[in-house]
Every structure is written in structure tokens, then in C-alpha cells.
Design a protein around this ligand. Structure first.
Ligand code: PRX
Length: 652
């Protein structure tokens, strides 16, 4: 028999639209279409107005410079510093005692870090970086867990104009090495060890073992685990203690690089997405304030992402701090020490705005409503999601069980490349539809087109494009302008940004994002490249060839499935499955490990030798096979189909 909750969710599935309550609307910062209309009249002028919410050393007089597309510039004659906007101006305004982060450690430790404390540490660490010869334009790598020092390190870099290159803590040391090499990083900030669910992993030792090629490594002492230190290494706390307390911020042009963030593309080499200062900060601050309807200081905001992804950069660090907001930062996993930890923290800190990923919501849904049920979540007034399409059932569960049916849900569509939110609903104005991100934000323009760039009719699937430059946009791929142009601007020309997602637009203009159209996977809202995983698998000595596809997965959205051809043998053992999975974890990170490995003595290839992933996807999803006549050896498909069926039978 269906439980009451299941029954209620089933009834809600019939509801197609959810308007904001009158109460929410009447208190919202934006509650009508005036802003959108004003932005539409002159988008560039409107953005320049929004940029004035920042503190500038020299106010910009220019908005968009589109004289050399697709190399767009924003606010180019202005000068500013991101750390000043995130810290000094709040402290100067007398808000130094405001908590920037309620930090909670995995073992229950708590630290409240105020804006004044952050500023003090940032200045000292900026001086420590300088004392090691780091200055404007030098890249600094950051490989840290979710601890306050990660924010200090990022803002210290921003203060001296050194672009940071953060690597997500779940990536392997080998990925760190690769990303430091690609970006010519001069220094790395890392940690003695990282904690995960009661265990401590040595990080500095692992980084040493792989031999990361930088001049200086700063090491945060976090867990006290044994940690080898060499000549080039310095403990973060000692560097801070030895440094001067005052570091004047660099006055940087708006287009000065703020950071590089590597993200997966459709080849094995990750792309170094480059963001600059003035436009990015304007866009993240605006969206953080208005999409989340932020009312500092009364709101307590929590974005549960990791700072190593773009969501963490934009909506844990730069957006919230630029807006002087109080946030929660949590070091650990959502199910440690127990599956109610998130809700315990929401209650404890009185979280009012909560932003997470659909995959996390699905996990919570699976664990059951008794966990949130243990806590008082009545302070919550707005919920958000990001990273992948959300299925209506998970949306409704979030709405009902977490939001108590009173909180609007903003489903925010954006990418590492866009820097900030592009498509969503303004919560005090627009109704929401479970499963649709919403409409382009004010001043943002999107079109769904066919392969030739023609707009497709309503309710027809096509390719999502962005047809107007926006301030948070990536400026290039680090040291690879050609790949930047080829990836995003060649298909439809330098005025139309090619997103890489399929979508459709409904009669109300709401966009329904369907998923990627390239060889990029989305596993738990994290971007992976099939080519990158294939190249990791193939580097295993027993493997001859591999093809990776994304398979629909009810927990993680997609999961990694690998078709693997071995050297010599036809079929591998269970031990070899484990070995290959470990091998991928060591090369890229645990999150890239294939969930399934399917042995295959051959792969479906065209006569020119190209692997047809489309057919592999059909097999894995149990669909009717598409056209196989172009295959070199059509028999391969029948064998593979048999193997997948066997595997599915074994898995039950
Ligand atoms: O496919 C879209 C999906 O995630 C991709 C961007 O991934 P990444 O650069 O890692 O950034 C994730 C966090 C901003 C997009 O191309 N995506 C992101 N948000 C949504 C989404 N798909 C549907 N709905 C969303 N809200």
C-alpha cells in the first residue's frame, strides 16, 4: 500500500505549475516584470548599472565591448579587486563582526569566521604568497577540502592578481599534477590530510609521490596526519604568522584573470575555463542576490556544493561574500555521522536558503523523510537546485518534505563556462514547473535551434544556444584560443554560443533541458568526459580498447558504463574489474570509476574505425538498435547485446 507521502506526491504530480505564495511575493526583492523590461530595453546599459553595485577603484564607463567576437570584454576601463568587494568593503561599512561562514567539521567541530577575520587572514596569506615571489598573473593551484582556508587562499590570490586554479578534492593527485602542468602553476596550496566519513587520507604525501611540479607548496595543517615537508614546502600557519598584517589590494583591470577552472570536454584533455574579474563578479553578485532573493543580514544561506566546482566558486565564495551574506560551510558527507546531518545543520544555524543538486535530493528521498523529519526546518524560505535536470518526483519531494510546500524552488541552469546562473525563475515573479529550469534571466537571451541554427518550433527538441554575450561568460580556454573558438563559436558563428545541451521550449517560453549532446557525461551533477575516462582505462596494461558511455541511473542521473576489450583474453575476472576501477580512480578520481564494465571482444565501429557510441547507448538502455548497416562488422552488436543481457540478469 502506498504511504501517505507517496499518495500525496502522486497527487502533486498532476499539478503543473507552482506560483510563489502571496507572502513570498510581497516580500521579494523583485516582484514584477519591471526589471526584465528595463534590462531588455538596453541589456549592455542595464548590466553597467548592475556593475555599479560593486566597489571600483575606477568606475567603468564602458559596458560590453563586442568589437572582436567571440573575444568579448566587459567593463574594460574599470579597475577593481575581487577581495575588496568580498571583504574590505563590508568591514569598512562596520560589518566586520558579521559571520561569513558558520563552518562545521566532519567530527562536529564548529568555527564561526567573521568578515574581519577572513580579511585579516587573506591579507597575511597574500603577503605569504608574495614573499614566495608570486604576483600578478602567476597561477596558484589550490587542492583543499571544505575548510575555511580554501576561501582564504582563493581571495588571497585575488588580492594580488594571481589567478587561482582550484582542483576538486575528489580528484586524484595525478589530476592535480596534470592541471598544475597545463596551467604552469607556480605554487600549490594543499593540506596534510583530508577526512571522509571518519577516515583520514594523506594528501600532501600523495601529492609528493606523484611529483607535482611547482616552486612552493603551502600545507594547511588540518588533520595532524604525518606529512613529509621538503625544501620548497611551508606550513600555511607558519607562513601566516611570519607575514605582514597589511596587504594593499592590487588595482586590477576588469578583464584581469580571476581564475582558471578545468572542466571536462569532449576530448581527453580538460579545458581550462578562464574567468575574469569585473564581469564575473557583477554577474555572480546579481544572480546570488536576486535569484535567491537574498536579504542579508537576516538570511542564512547554504550551498552544499564543493568549492572545487564552479558552483562553489560562484555561490559559496564570490557571490555570497560580495553580497555580505552569512553562509554555512560543511566539511563532510551528507550521511555522516548520520543521514540527518544536513537537516541538523539547517536547524542549528537557522538556514533560510538552501541550494543543492538533484542527485543529493534523490539520495535523501531514498533514505526517507524520517531524517529531515527529526528537525525543525521552518526557517527555510527558498530552495534551489543545480547541475542536472531534476525529475519531477524528486522536485516534489524537495518541495513537500524539505520546503514544507511554502518555499519556491529555483532550478538554476548554468555551466562552468557561463560563470553564473543563466536560466531559472525569479522566485517572487514567476511560477515554477517541476522539471523545467524556467526562462532566461533578465538581459540573457537563449534560443533552441536546429543543426543549421534555425529556431525550432515550440515543444520541439533542439540545441540550446545563448544569443547575447553576458558578463560572467568565459573569456577563453587558458592558452588555447583556438579550442575556445572551435568548441563554442564555430558551429553557429561568433555571436551564438553553443551550449552543448539539448532542450525544448514550451508555450510559456519555459526551457526544458534534456541533457548533453556531446560526449560529456553528467554523473551526480559532475561533468566527466567519455574520452578522458577511456584514455584512463586504456592506460591499464591489460586493456586494448575501451568505449565509455553514460547510462541512465536513478540515483546519479547518469553512470559510467565501459565496454572494454582486453589484450589477449576475451573476458576478465572480477578482480580485473576492481583493478580497472581502481586504476581510473588513481588516474582521474573516484567519481570517474565505471559503475559497469562490459567485456567485449570487439566494439561497433564504422568502416573508418570510429566507435559508434550511439549504438552502445542503445544496447545499454535496452532500446531497439538504431541503424547498424554502416558498421564494419554488424555481428559485433548481437554479441554485445547478449553480454549486456547476461550482466543485467546477474545484477538482478
Ligand atoms: O547539461 C547541463 C547541466 O550541467 C552542465 C554544466 O555542467 P558544469 O559546467 O559542470 O556546471 C554544473 C553547475 C553549474 C550543463 O551543460 N546542468 C546544469 N544545471 C542544470 C543542468 N541541466 C538541467 N538543469 C539544470 N538546472
Amino acid at each position: 500500500m502506498a504511504t501517505d507521502l507517496e499518495q500525496e506526491l502522486a497527487e502533486l504530480l498532476e499539478v503543473e505549475t507552482f506560483p510563489p505564495s502571496d507572502e513570498f511575493r510581497s516580500a521579494a526583492s523583485i516582484s514584477d516584470d519591471a526589471v526584465r523590461e528595463e534590462a531588455e530595453r538596453d541589456p549592455a546599459a542595464w548590466w553597467l548599472e548592475q556593475a555599479r553595485a560593486l566597489d571600483w577603484f575606477a568606475q567603468p564607463s564602458q559596458s560590453l565591448d563586442d568589437t572582436d567576437p567571440p573575444f568579448y570584454k566587459w567593463f574594460a576601463d574599470g579597475t577593481l579587486n575581487a577581495s575588496v568587494n568580498c571583504l574590505d568593503r563590508h568591514v569598512d561599512a562596520g560589518l566586520g563582526d558579521r559571520v561569513a561562514f558558520h563552518w562545521r567539521g566532519e567530527e562536529g567541530e564548529e568555527r564561526d569566521i567573521t568578515y574581519a577575520q577572513l580579511l585579516a587572514d587573506v591579507q597575511r596569506f597574500a603577503n605569504a604568497l608574495k614573499s614566495r615571489g608570486i604576483g600578478r598573473g602567476d597561477v596558484v593551484g589550490i587542492f583543499l577540502p571544505m575548510i575555511p582556508e580554501v576561501v582564504v587562499a582563493m581571495l588571497a590570490c585575488a588580492r594580488i592578481g594571481a589567478p587561482h586554479n582550484v582542483v576538486f578534492g575528489g580528484f586524484s593527485p595525478e589530476s592535480v599534477k596534470e592541471r598544475m602542468d597545463f596551467s604552469d602553476a607556480r605554487a600549490l596550496v594543499t593540506v596534510d590530510g583530508a577526512r571522509r566519513k571518519g577516515r583520514t587520507a594523506p594528501i600532501k604525501a600523495a601529492v609528493d609521490e606523484i611529483g607535482v611540479d611547482v616552486e612552493t607548496i603551502f600545507v594547511v595543517r588540518h588533520t595532524g596526519i604525518d606529512c613529509p615537508m621538503g625544501e620548497r614546502d611551508v606550513f600555511y600557519d607558519e607562513a601566516l604568522a611570519a607575514a605582514d598584517a597589511v596587504c594593499e589590494p592590487e588595482q586590477l583591470p576588469a578583464e584581469h584573470p580571476l581564475y582558471i577552472l578545468y572542466s571536462s570536454g569532449s576530448t581527453a584533455k580538460p579545458k581550462g575555463i578562464l574567468h575574469t574579474t569585473g564581469g564575473y563578479l557583477t554577474h555572480v553578485a546579481w544572480t546570488h542576490r536576486y535569484v535567491f532573493d537574498l536579504k542579508a543580514p537576516s538570511d542564512v544561506y547554504w550551498c552544499s556544493a564543493d568549492v572545487g566546482w564552479v558552483t562553489g566558486h560562484s555561490y559559496i565564495v564570490y557571490g555570497p561574500l560580495a553580497n555580505g551574506c552569512t553562509s554555512v560551510m560543511y566539511e563532510g558527507a551528507p550521511d555522516y555521522p548520520d543521514k540527518d546531518i544536513w537537516w541538523e545543520l539547517c536547524e542549528r544555524y537557522g538556514v533560510t536558503i538552501f541550494y543543492t543538486a538533484p542527485t543529493a535530493i534523490r539520495a535523501c528521498m531514498k533514505w526517507g523523510e524520517q531524517y529531515p523529519g527529526r528537525h525543525d526546518l521552518s526557517a527555510l524560505r527558498l530552495l534551489g537546485t543545480v547541475g542536472e535536470p531534476i525529475n519531477p518526483k524528486a522536485w516534489l519531494w524537495y518541495h513537500k518534505v524539505i520546503g514544507g510546500e511554502r518555499c519556491p524552488i529555483v532550478d538554476t541552469w548554468w555551466q562552468t563556462e557561463t560563470g553564473a546562473i543563466m536560466i531559472t525563475t525569479l522566485p517572487g515573479v514567476q511560477q515554477t514547473k517541476p522539471g523545467s529550469a524556467g526562462t532566461p534571466l533578465p538581459a540573457i537571451a537563449a534560443r533552441v535551434v536546429d543543426d543549421s541554427g534555425e529556431e525550432v518550433p515550440r515543444d520541439t527538441q533542439g540545441l540550446l544556444t545563448l544569443t547575447r554575450p553576458w558578463p560572467g561568460m568565459l573569456r577563453t580556454l587558458y592558452k588555447d584560443d583556438d579550442r575556445f573558438v572551435a568548441t563554442y563559436w564555430e558551429k553557429f558563428g561568433p555571436q551564438t554560443y553553443f551550449v552543448g545541451d539539448a532542450a525544448r521550449r514550451d508555450d510559456d517560453g519555459y526551457l526544458w533541458v534534456i541533457g548533453r549532446v556531446d560526449d560529456v557525461l553528467n554523473v551526480s551533477g559532475h561533468r566527466m568526459s567519455t574520452a578522458e575516462i577511456e584514455s584512463a582505462i586504456v592506460s591499464h596494461p591489460k586493456v586494448a580498447e575501451a568505449a565509455v558511455i553514460g547510462q541512465t541511473d536513478e540515483d546519479t542521473g547518469q553512470s559510467v558504463a565501459a565496454f572494454v576489450t582486453l589484450e589477449g583474453e576475451l573476458e576478465g575476472s572480477d578482480e580485473l574489474v576492481a583493478e580497472i576501477r581502481d586504476h581510473v580512480a588513481a588516474r582521474i578520481g573516484k567519481l570517474a570509476r565505471p559503475k559497469r564494465i562490459i567485456w567485449s571482444d570487439d566494439l561497433p565501429k564504422t568502416r573508418s574505425g570510429k566507435i559508434m557510441r550511439r549504438l552502445l547507448r542503445d544496447i545499454a538502455e535496452g532500446r531497439e538498435l538504431g541503424d547498424v548497416t554502416t558498421l564494419r562488422d554488424p555481428d559485433v552488436m548481437a554479441k554485445l547485446e547478449g553480454r549486456v543481457k547476461e550482466l543485467q540478469a546477474e545484477e538482478g
